[in-house]
Design a protein around this ligand. Structure first.
Ligand code: BGC
Length: 625
């Protein structure tokens, strides 16, 4: 009897202790090995993270996991640091502190088509979960939890208001758990005042999407846990179904301490998050037309877009024109696409023709930045908006928008590649370099050159880089119309005048691929078999990728022109829909600050051309080999 009493007392004491501390053993140590084991237990399909094999959307239903070890992380260290910087985690740890990371996802009832189909969206059955794990070198629990606390604070959520099932922090461990009901979330979006202001905008984008998501119900939950050097994140979602079996399987297989769906729903959190999100959205977008009469573009073909491209001769412009046309036509617009054979008067006449034939919008990649003033006055007089495509049109206030890659950055990337390849920061010797610049009448050429010279100049000044020809000004280096033959002639001249004694050329800065081809041909003619210089480029044209494979071009900057095209088509559609489109950035063209949309360029060389160009299908093997 006495023994039973003691056991009962002990049991209730243990239970009470459990209640007072939230849940005993707050987090578990989910290491990478444990994580991978769990993924295998769940029969998920494994993928390498280096990009050679990436899962596609169809694999989601079946489930997959990715895993990166120290080597892969080392290779991607810079991009990881950039990412940490972007999300503000760089104050907490750096890429070199990350030892491994892994990600797993699975979704039952997932059909992308359902998600895209507004009519069936409201009744979508979806049951899914994702998990992420990272092993760090060291103990970051306190700092990491402080970071999460700041994030919550930014959304107006005080950790003091959270229960100890939702938030906990100690020296070596911590967690944040959060659970919302999806229908409540959607309700909040629909009922929010800010939402009223942007309804027309959302309506425009979604064409009544909100009507169908209003039927949404289900749960979303996540749990973030840090235990010693391990961070573990688990996320679950079920929509219009009572199933949470995928998340339950995940929780079980990973041995997580808590199923986040079991944490009580926290309405305050979801309200704050939604408010914050909508405020952000409202800041980003401009009010559209009267909500009562939402405007949708005229897709009957009556709305016409004129596209004026400089030349068909360079692969990139041919591709850009073709893709723009396809993109706009797929949205129902009629398109008048013309190439001007790099002849300025031709381009002016073609644009004039487009205005006279009733085009409603013009997309122009100019041949010469300052020659379109008069013809664009006509466009303005006819209220025809003008998008400057890739090349800024100067001295005209008729230019409505500019869509471009960050051209200054392109130049910096080329120059930095030279600095890194020659290891200028770590070597004591000096290196010979020659410089090319683009067409002086294309303002982009000046941006490329300034970007590159901002990086190279300190090395030239310190004598680490020697421009043997002494030709360093833009004017001396410029190549009219970006012509390969002109670049070749200039390169031949430099080689015979300054390098006939056989001295090395260690690097040749070329602003783009057509000029790089000229330099390569000149170097080839010199029978440069001993030491091939670092040759830069831009555009990743097929001929240049072939040179890269042969070892004759070292790098090119890839401007995924599909991105530029998509961005342009997207905004063209908004402008034609009558929306007051605003941007965060602008370029001054000497007549006004032209609102600008930016895309980001990336470096391609022999190490990544496959993953960047072939794997995503930009080129096929047959195109190149
Ligand atoms: C473009 C480059 C291109 C060059 C020659 C520039 O305006 O930005 O991508 O290589 O023109 O066509």
């Amino acid at each position: 009897m006495k023994g039973t009493k003691t056991i009962a007392l002990l049991l209730s004491a243990t239970m009470l202790a459990g209640i007072f501390t939230g849940c005993a053993g707050k987090t578990t140590k989910i290491t990478t090995d444990k994580f991978i084991n769990a993924c295998e237990k769940l029969d998920l399909k494994g993928f390498e993270v280096d990009g050679k094999k990436a899962p596609d959307i169809d694999d989601l239903e079946e489930g997959f996991y990715l895993y990166a070890d120290t080597d892969a992380i080392e290779e991607a260290e810079d991009s990881i640091d950039d990412f940490l910087d972007e999300i503000g985690l760089d104050d907490v740890f750096e890429a070199e502190n990350v030892k491994s990371f892994a990600f797993a996802a699975k979704c039952d009832g997932f059909d992308l088509n359902d998600l895209l189909d507004r009519d069936v969206l409201g009744s979508t059955e979806l049951d899914g979960a994702a998990a992420f794990q990272m092993t760090l070198d060291g103990n970051y629990a306190e700092d990491f939890m402080a970071y999460l606390e700041d994030l919550l604070d930014e959304c107006g959520i005080s950790t003091d208001d959270l229960s100890d099932k939702e938030y906990f922090v100690s020296k070596n461990e911590g967690y944040l758990r959060y659970h919302v009901e999806i229908d409540k979330l959607v309700e909040q979006v629909v009922d929010n005042d800010v939402y009223d202001d942007i309804y027309d905008y959302l309506y425009y984008f979604t064409d009544g999407l909100i009507d169908s998501v209003e039927d949404f119900s289900g749960d979303a939950a996540f749990s973030f846990e840090i235990n010693g050097s391990n961070i573990f994140f688990i996320l679950g979602l079920n929509v219009n179904t009572d199933e949470t079996s995928v998340l339950n399987d995940f929780v079980k297989a990973f041995g997580a301490t808590c199923n986040p769906m079991d944490v009580p729903v926290n309405e305050d959190i979801s309200e704050n998050l939604i408010d914050d999100y909508l405020d952000d959205l409202a800041d980003q977008i401009a009010p559209g037309p009267d909500p009562a009469t939402p405007t949708t573009p005229d897709n009957s073909g009556a709305t016409k877009v004129g596209i004026s491209m400089p030349t068909k001769d360079l692969q990139r412009w041919y591709q850009d024109g073709d893709n723009l046309k396809k993109g706009l036509e797929s949205m129902g617009y009629a398109v008048d696409l013309q190439y001007a054979a790099n002849d300025i008067s031709n381009q002016i006449a073609q644009i004039e023709g487009m205005i006279n034939s009733g085009c409603d919008l013009l997309i122009i990649a100019c041949i010469e930045s300052s020659s379109l003033n008069d013809v664009l006055e006509d466009a303005k007089a006819n209220n025809i908006p003008v998008i400057a495509y890739d090349r800024l049109i100067m001295n005209s206030d008729a230019v409505s928008y500019y869509v471009t890659f960050d051209n200054y950055q392109v130049g910096r990337l080329q120059a930095q590649y030279i600095v890194d390849t020659l290891q200028l920061d770590n070597s004591s010797g000096s290196y010979n370099i020659e410089l090319m610049a683009g067409d002086p009448s294309d303002i982009a050429a000046a941006f490329f050159y300034t970007g590159a010279m901002d990086v190279l100049m300190p090395y030239i000044e310190s004598g680490k880089l020697v421009v043997v020809s002494g030709q360093t000004s833009f004017d001396e280096c410029a190549i009219d119309h970006w012509k390969t033959e002109t670049a070749m002639a200039r390169a031949e001249n430099i080689i015979s005048s300054y390098y006939s004694d056989g001295r090395n050329i260690d690097a040749w800065l070329c602003p783009n691929d057509s000029t790089a081809l000229g330099v390569i041909q000149a170097l080839d003619a010199r029978n440069y078999s001993v030491y091939w210089p670092v040759v830069t480029g831009q555009d990743c044209d097929i001929a240049n990728i072939r040179c890269m494979i042969e070892g004759k071009q070292t790098m090119s900057v890839f401007k995924e022109t599909k991105l530029l095209v998509d961005e342009t088509v997207f905004w063209a559609d908004k402008i034609l829909g009558g929306f007051d489109v605003t941007t965060d950035s602008s370029y001054n063209n000497n007549a006004k600050n032209v609102p600008t949309f930016f895309c980001t360029p990336i470096v391609v060389d022999i190490n990544n051309y496959r993953t960047v160009l072939i794997d995503p299908g930009y080129y096929t093997e047959d195109d190149i080999f």
